[in-house]
Structures are given as C-alpha cells and as structure tokens.
Design a protein around this ligand. Structure first.
Ligand code: G4P
Length: 529
C-alpha cells in the first residue's frame, strides 16, 4: 500500500469522559466490532479501579498492566483505527491532557442520567481550545435519564459546544426502543425484551410512512416525527468542514453496554473523522504527507518491576515512515539514535514492527533518554509545540530523608518528572524543591518509587499554594516587573524548564496581583504564546 494510502486510512482518536460514564465499555465494544478482541471484559480488566484512592500500589500495578491498553489499534472496514487510552482517574488528568496532544479527534462520552460532569468539562475545554474535532456519545439510554433536548441544551451550555444530533433516541429507559439514525437515515431497534439483541437496521428515508407506526407503535412514531422536526428546526445541518474545524459537534445516542448505537457511531466516525493532521512545531507546520519522519513523545510508561528498570516511551508519528533500525535525530540531545525493537500496538497486544505511519504510535524501550515532548526527526531541528504543563492542584515541599542518598534522590526526582508523574519547582529564594501534582495520590507513588527504584527516601511538608501561574512580563526590563519580582520574591520559583512561576496562595491573590501589575501576565499553563 502506498504511503499516502496508509495515511488516508488512519484515524487516531481518544475517548474522554467523567469516570463511570462508559468509556471502557464503549472502547471494548468498538474493539469487538473491529474483531480485535473476542469477548467483552478484556479491556475492563485493565481498568484502574474507581475509588481505589488509597491503594496506590494497586493503581500502579494496574497502570503497569495497562501499558498494553495505552494504545488499542484495530482495523474496521479497511481503516486503521488507533484509540489512545486516557486514564479516567482524576489524579491522572495530566496524562490525559498530554494524550490529547497526540489525537486527531475525540469522542466524548456522557451519561444520560448524570449529564455533563466536572471531568468532562475540563477535558472538553482543552479540546475546544485546541479545536480538536469532537463527537459526543450520550450513553446509557437504556436507563431513565434526562430528556434528550434538555441534555443537548446542557451540552451546549456547559461545554460551550455547537451540537447537531446525528441520531435520536426512540424512548428512553424502560421504554427505550431504539434509535433513529439521522446520518444514515435508518431505524435501529432492539429486538426482544432483554435489550441484548439488535434487529437489523430498517431503512427509513421517509419517516412519514405509516409503516413506522406498525414497527414502533403509533404513539412512539408520532413523538419521533415531532422530535425529528424539532431537531431539523433547532439544530444546524451537519457540515463535515465545520466538524473538522472544531466548530460543530455531532451527537449520537446509544447504550454501550447493550451494544446499541455503537455501530452507527463507528460507521459515521470512520467516514467523517480526520485523517492524521498537520502539527505545529516551533519552527514550522509539519504536514503528515511529508516523507521525512517526524514524531514526538507524549507519554512515558515506567516499568514497575525494579529488575527491569527500562521505560516505554510512546511516540506519535506526525509525518514520514518510522523504520526499524533507521537512524533518527533526538533533537533535544542532538544525538542520532537507532531503535531495533520498536513496538506497535494491536488490540491489547504489542509487537515489534518494521514500519509505522503517520497517526500511528510507536513504543520504544528507553533507559532514560526520553522525556515528554522530545522530538525525533531525520536531521531537521524541530520542536513540537502543544505539550503544556497545567497548574498542579497540590503542592508540597520535598525533603531528603536520607542525607547519604541525595544524589539518588535528585536523579530519581529528575526522571520521575521527565515521565510526567508530577511537576518540580525550585524556589528562587532558597532553592527548596516543591512537587506539584494533580492528585494527592501521586505523592505516595513518588515516595514509593523513589525508595524502590532509586534507593532514596523523601518526606513532604505541606505548602499552602492554590495555583502555579506561569509569568509573562510584557517587558522584562520595566519597573513594574522589577517591583513584582521584589514584592513577590518569596513566592517565585522556576519550573523544570527554567520558566518563572508565581505560586499564589488564593484566587484572590491572583486577582489582586493581576490588577496591581497589569503588564505582568499570569497563565495557568506553561505554554501561552
Ligand atoms: P468508565 O470507563 O467511563 O469509567 O465507565 P465504564 O465503562 O467502566 O462503565 C461504568 C459503569 O457503567 C459500568 O457498571 C458499566 O457496566 C456501566 N455502563 C456502561 N455503559 C452502559 C450502558 O449503556 N447502560 C447501562 N445501564 N450501564 C452502562 P459497573 O456496575 O460500575 O461495572 P460492571 O460491574 O458492570 O463492570
């Protein structure tokens, strides 16, 4: 198959949701369609158990296992589909943000009864900012939930999306009969009472036909006609261009558990979802069709087994063909490297491959050469953008608890930060180290891993910081900035890249600071230009 054909058949995406909305179940059903797994439950077993907040070893163990599910690839109707797994656990939200830098589109799963939840809001906001094309899947239609129109309103309001339904439910909960596939102009109904079997789709280009009454009953048919009329009146027509630009979000209804509405979603997805997209680097825009290889590391997975300390770096191929044993430039280290056993992912297995194409993810065994954001090329000096750090939510001083092991401690901290486990800040005033994390769980993970992998011990001290703000002075030489630095000296630190960060103790402080020093911009992410 030609290089261009390989690109055209790839769809690389992520599924995002609030925990429990049905992300794992949907992923599994998609894999079943692709024939990639034989039975339901295969993906689920790898899932980080919800609520297991204190049992971090269990979580890490499962994270270890979940290497295999980090990328789930399968072929459906000749399309190569790469699903990038995003952890649902909120303490690993940062992992999810980073994974979003490697997807070309996303599917957002929403629970019909719970509506838009907190985690969904945060993740969708990131996708919206990056203009990532999104499809919304409203799940659990077999349960009683919110009215479809109310829910569409909520999605528009809370998520700031402009939606257009491409399927519509016929009833809900106990009365859920099936869905009308607006995109495919078909009706799909459950057959039997147990809602486990799906009858073949019936073509219905004209829903005014009395045949419909015979199939779903007069009342349901009447309601459906009214609702579809309202859909046509209220919502914009689907337009692929707008969807691809991130300006319009198609919505599907269904029940992942019952495998209902999933095939419609997948069939539409492979038609409309974007092929591997161009990506901005600091130097220029890279098109996926360029023949020379470029790619970047978006995730690093540590091996929890202390006997096998190596890590797996996940590289998203942006352009060109990745070839086994070919020499590539590791741009940050300015070093040529060859990879003799790159892994590709297929369903839940990984295997060594000779070639990978744009859109694909390659896993590389790493002994400490890679950190998140690193770029590989065939010689060009490129640096991909868009892997920002977000302000952590928890902050603690880290102290060395074994003075004889300070070298090990710093090496350990350094490598764990490169993996993106947490963020390290160094206070300007006295050089003390501060670890910032998204969830409290990471502190335990870090302490455990420092001890078991690096032989170092640490203790923590709480620090009342509300948010880390990256500082951007309009003019680093002006008096206002100098005064800001003098007055806020005690709260200034450097992140790992040496960028200046203001550790604010409350949102009030941020507001006050911003109004007192208007020429000093405070940002909640490390990348702002
Ligand atoms: P997540 O990955 O987004 O966290 O969600 P997950 O797929 O694990 O689903 C969360 C719960 O919701 C699971 O139930 C799952 O079976 C259920 N679920 C998913 N899709 C549907 C659906 O369409 N309808 C209904 N009624 N339930 C659905 P659980 O009891 O927490 O887990 P389990 O015991 O079933 O594994």
């Amino acid at each position: 198959m030609s290089f261009l054909k390989e690109i055209k058949r790839r769809r690389t995406f992520g599924i995002i949701s609030h925990p429990d909305a049905g992300k794992t179940t949907l992923t599994e059903k998609l894999l079943l369609f692709g024939g990639a797994i034989q039975e339901a439950g295969a993906v689920k077993n790898n899932k980080i158990k919800k609520g297991a907040t204190s049992d971090f070893m269990e979580i890490e163990r499962q994270r270890g296992i979940s290497v295999a599910t980090s990328v789930l690839a399968f072929i459906y109707k000749d399309k190569k589909i790469n699903i990038l797994d995003t952890p649902g656990h909120k303490d690993f939200a940062e992992d999810t943000f980073r994974t979003l830098t490697a997807v070309d589109s996303v599917i957002v799963v929403i629970d019909v009864a719970k509506g838009v939840e907190e985690q969904t809001e945060k993740l969708v906001e990131v996708c919206r900012m990056r203009k990532i094309p999104m499809i919304v899947f409203i799940n659990k239609m077999d349960r009683e939930g919110k009215d479809a129109f109310d829910l569409l309103d909520e999605v528009e309001q809370k998520l700031g999306l402009r939606v257009t339904p491409l399927s519509f439910p016929i009833g809900m909960g106990y009365d859920f009969k099936g869905i009308y596939n607006i995109y495919g102009k078909k009706i799909n109904l459950f057959s039997g009472d147990n809602k486990q079997t799906v009858s073949a789709g019936v073509e219905f280009t004209d829903i005014s036909t009395p045949e419909l009454d015979g199939i779903i009953g007069g009342k349901a048919a009447e309601t459906l006609r009214e609702e579809l009329e309202l859909v046509t009146e209220v919502y914009p027509d689907f337009n692929k261009e707008e969807y691809l630009n991130g300006d319009l979000q198609p919505v599907f209804f269904g029940s992942a558990l019952n495998n209902f509405g999933v095939k419609e979603l997948l069939d539409c997805f492979i038609e409309i979802a974007p092929t591997p997209q161009p990506k901005k680097s600091e130097e220029r825009l890279i098109d996926s069709k360029e023949e020379k290889l470029t790619g970047f590391v978006f995730k690093i997975h540590a091996n929890m087994d202390p006997n096998h300390r190596n890590r797996l770096a996940f590289i998203k191929i942006v352009s060109g063909t990745f070839k086994r044993n070919a020499p590539y430039l590791h741009v940050r280290l300015n070093k040529k490297m060859k990879f003799s056993s790159p892994n590709a992912f297929f369903a839940e297995k990984k295997e060594i491959v000779d070639e990978s194409f744009p859109g694909d993810i390659v896993g590389i065994q790493d002994t400490g050469n890679f950190k998140i954001g690193d770029t590989l090329t065939e010689g060009e000096n490129l640096n991909f953008k868009g892997i920002p750090s977000f302000s952590p939510e928890h902050f603690r001083y880290v102290n060395n608890a074994d003075p004889l092991k300070s070298k090990q401690l710093y090496k350990g901290l350094d490598q764990l930060m490169d993996e993106g486990v947490a963020q390290l800040f160094t206070l300007d005033l006295n050089g003390r180290k501060i670890i910032g994390t998204v969830g409290a769980l990471q502190y335990e993970v870090i302490q455990y891993r420092l001890e078991h992998e690096y032989g170092a011990k640490c203790s923590y001290e709480n620090l009342p910081v509300h948010k880390a703000c990256w500082v951007e002075p309009q003019d680093p030489k002006n008096e206002e900035f100098k005064e800001f630095k003098r007055v806020k000296q005690r709260f200034l630190a450097k992140d790992k890249q040496g960028q200046l960060v203001f550790l604010a103790d409350s949102s009030f402080t941020i507001q006050m600071t911003q109004s007192k020093y208007p020429s000093v911009k405070l940002h909640f992410t490390s990348e702002f230009n």
